[in-house]
Ligand binder design. Structure first.
Ligand SMILES: NC(=O)c1ccc[n+]([C@@H]2O[C@H](COP(=O)([O-])OP(=O)(O)OC[C@H]3O[C@@H](n4cnc5c(N)ncnc54)[C@H](O)[C@@H]3O)[C@@H](O)[C@H]2O)c1
Length: 314
């Protein structure tokens, strides 16, 4: 069956799935959206509630469906699974969510599906790896939201610090979406200027202290939000929307989604985030940005952390 580039499926309609559905409805990217959840009534309720906003946005079909509705979809966004509890790391979620991911991919595999699998559930890098192996799809079609959200947080923090539009900040968080992630400072630029030059233009000279503070704010964001409101969902919903836009509009946008490494920086057979060109086929290319020795070590450490978890759970 031909892919309908205007159709999206969301599997998992909790906080993240429903916020993503709401953001996607407003984005006007799709004309058909299928919501699937283990709790069918939850999916029905979300479809009704979000559908009632349509009169103020653009017409589209939104309904609670089943896996039989996936076959012509361009993107399946998987947001099913338990979320992170206070004091729980993303990696603690592995046992619960890997079983859920295997069952969902099992259902998808029983049907014809030629679109992109976008994994959001945590730990996203591990679950993307599992989805890739279980599905047998080519690696370009199985991507994780990775550090797209963390990078958004990083750009936000830098924008606030420097009094500049966060969209003018080109700087990435890479590696694991989690505790071993790192900021690629050596590649960071604001409006084309190397980051330290721009900082000094704005009267900031204490680079080391600022870099520590900003990176810690980014890395601890999820913990800080969860300790206050028990879940995070609006930021990730916008990230999902942005990734879907790059896919369905064939934008060739560069963003740090997570994907299978095949020798980049000497790393392979693990899924993590490196800036990548995203188009209608998913990952068109990985962009191996220049890293300092220290960053390279941190990236390889991040890969090792993830590899160890994969080995322990396979
Ligand atoms: N990647 C990111 O940047 C990011 C950010 C925030 C949250 N998350 C992750 O997203 C996931 C969802 O978080 P949440 O806050 O929405 O959780 P939630 O508990 O609110 O929702 C999870 C939903 O998944 C459904 N579900 C469970 N098993 C299912 C199955 N087998 N098939 C279909 N649906 C199933 C549940 O019924 C529930 O509605 C978590 O793993 C969380 O850690 C990722």
């Amino acid at each position: 069956m031909a892919v309908n580039s205007r159709k999206v499926v969301i599997v998992g309609c909790g906080f993240v799935g429903s916020a993503s559905a709401f953001a996607l409805m407003q984005s006007k990217l799709f004309s058909e959206m299928v919501l699937i959840d283990a709790d069918q009534r939850r999916a029905e309720g979300e479809a009704m509630d979000i559908g009632h906003g349509m009169a103020f946005a653009s017409p589209m079909k939104i309904y609670a469906g089943t896996y039989d509705d996936i076959t012509d979809a361009a993107v399946i966004v998987i947001t099913a699974g338990a979320n992170q509890k206070p004091d729980e790391t993303r990696l603690d979620l592995i046992r619960k969510n890997s079983a859920i991911m295997k069952s969902i991919v099992g259902e998808i595999k029983k049907r014809e599906f030629h679109g992109i699998l976008l994994i959001v559930s945590n730990p996203v890098d591990i679950l993307t790896y599992i989805a890739l192996k279980e599905s047998g799809y080519p690696a370009n079609r199985v991507i994780g939201s990775g550090t797209v959200l963390d990078t958004g947080r990083f750009r936000y923090e830098l924008g606030e610090h420097l009094g500049v539009d966060s969209r003018s900040v080109h700087a990435y968080i890479i590696g694991e979406h989690g505790d071993s992630e790192l900021a690629a400072w050596s590649d960071a630029r604001i409006g084309g200027l190397p980051i330290h030059d721009f900082c000094e233009l704005r009267g900031h000279y204490d680079h080391d202290a600022s870099m520590d503070r900003i990176f810690n704010n980014v890395r601890n964001s999820a913990y800080e939000i969860i300790s206050r409101k028990h879940a995070t969902y609006y930021g990730i919903a916008m990230a999902v929307c942005r990734i879907c836009s790059a896919i369905v509009r064939d934008e060739r946008s560069i963003m740090p989604v997570s994907s299978l490494m095949t020798g980049e920086y000497g790393i392979q057979d693990v899924v993590l985030s490196i800036p990548s060109v995203v188009d209608a086929n998913g990952i068109e290319a990985v962009v191996p940005i220049e890293l300092s020795e220290k960053e390279l070590d941190a990236l390889r450490n991040s890969a090792n952390v993830l590899k160890k978890i994969i080995q322990e759970n396979s």
